[in-house]
Ligand binder design. Structure first.
Ligand SMILES: Nc1ncnc2c1ncn2[C@@H]1O[C@H](COP(=O)(O)OP(=O)(O)OP(=O)(O)O)[C@@H](O)[C@H]1O
Length: 342
């Protein structure tokens, strides 16, 4: 079964094509990540899938419902946690959830049972009667995730779920997200954190400039780069080693620059000794050796020619230099007010 099917989806804002002819599917029960810098089109894509924005072209279904024709059915099937917190700090955790459950028209009995279940799922049962204003950042985020789950949705959308959280709280939040996923909820999350995509997601779509540059499991994406890079800093010029490397079948490729030699091999840790021996035979002394496994950052760089950080900087420069001529439309603005990490 398919949780989400996107076919030729495009969304433009005036001259800007925020989402450009995307097609992909998310399987039932999958934890799927959209990784890309600010301005790549991730939020626009999510806003179309959660029916806050209409597509300009193409189609999408969520839990089998068309985002254009069946908005009510889509909304019933999904939970959404936006980047911007929207909790009432004066109410307790349980009261915040009860308020939301009433908005969903849940009857009292179901509401009470479900609030208990959800608080347990996100590990806040002991804090249920404390005012949310006294919660830590991570607890608030978990309560928001819990709120998105109240009506038992098939698909949960999380827009930058750990933005602004410290490293430890981020890891804890990942654990809760994994737990929900194990309970059977399909999850789509956006992130610009490499590690989040690598550690958490079953599959990742690398999004840049409204397009999907690649889509696969994190391991397959990093493997596609063809191996680890062993970097040797030598006492003399590195090109003296070139001839010797040419004859080694385990060398996928190599590059030299001054006294630095970079060799791509399948298993970097297993080849360090061979490379040290080769350098030795060539009479080259070695100053440093390190082995780098490619990360999704390396994949992003090789696909787009920029780092995610570059992309983020470019987006924020553009945003401050040039506001869109017609301004942002209301639906998008209400869910995208500026946050601390932009
Ligand atoms: N309502 C809008 N009006 C005009 N342009 C918009 C609007 N929403 C998004 N855009 C533009 O569409 C492009 C994609 O933006 P989007 O917010 O979807 O990217 P993103 O990857 O989600 O980034 P972020 O992490 O900052 O939300 C950007 O160029 C942005 O300026």
């Amino acid at each position: 079964m398919v949780a989400i099917r996107v076919d030729g989806l495009t969304r433009t804002f005036g001259e800007t094509t925020a989402v450009d002819d995307l097609s992909f599917t998310v399987a039932d029960g999958e934890l799927f990540g959209l990784l890309g810098p600010n301005g790549a089109g991730k939020s626009t894509l999510i806003n179309v899938l959660v029916t806050l924005l209409r597509p300009t072209a193409g189609t999408a279904t969520v839990d089998g419902h068309d985002v254009r024709a069946d908005t009510a059915a889509v909304r019933n099937s999904i939970g959404v946690v936006f980047q911007e917190p929207a909790l009432d700090e004066e109410l307790t955790g349980a009261e915040n959830l009860a308020f939301h459950a009433r908005l969903y028209g849940m009857g009292r009995e179901r509401r009470d049972a479900r609030i208990g279940e959800v608080l347990e799922l996100v590990g806040l049962e002991d804090e249920r009667d404390r005012a949310v204003g006294t919660y830590s950042g991570g607890m608030k985020r978990r309560l928001e995730i819990g709120r998105g789950l109240l009506h038992d949705p098939a698909v949960l959308f999380l827009d930058e779920p750990t933005v602004g959280l410290d490293a430890q709280t981020r890891r804890d939040t990942w654990e809760y997200i994994r737990r929900l996923n194990r309970e059977g909820v399909s999850i789509v999350l956006t992130t610009h954190y490499i590690e989040e995509a690598e550690q958490l997601c079953d599959r990742v779509a690398i999004v840049d400039d409204g397009e999907i540059a690649a889509i696969d499991t994190p391991t397959a994406l990093t493997d596609s780069l063809g191996g680890d890079v062993v970097r040797l800093e030598l006492g003399g010029r590195a090109d003296s080693l070139g001839d010797r490397l040419e004859t080694r079948t385990w060398v996928r490729e190599y590059a030299t620059a001054g006294n630095v030699l970079e060799v791509t091999v399948e298993r970097g840790d297993a080849r360090v000794a061979d490379l040290v021996r080769l350098a030795d035979d060539a009479g080259a002394s070695i100053a440093t050796v390190d082995v780098r496994r490619p990360t999704l950052e390396t994949v992003f760089l090789s696909l787009t020619g920029a780092t995610i950080e570059d992309g983020r900087r470019r987006a924020s420069d553009e945003a401050s230099a040039l506001e869109p001529p017609n301004g942002r439309d209301g639906a998008a603005r209400s869910v995208r007010a500026s946050g601390e990490d932009r």
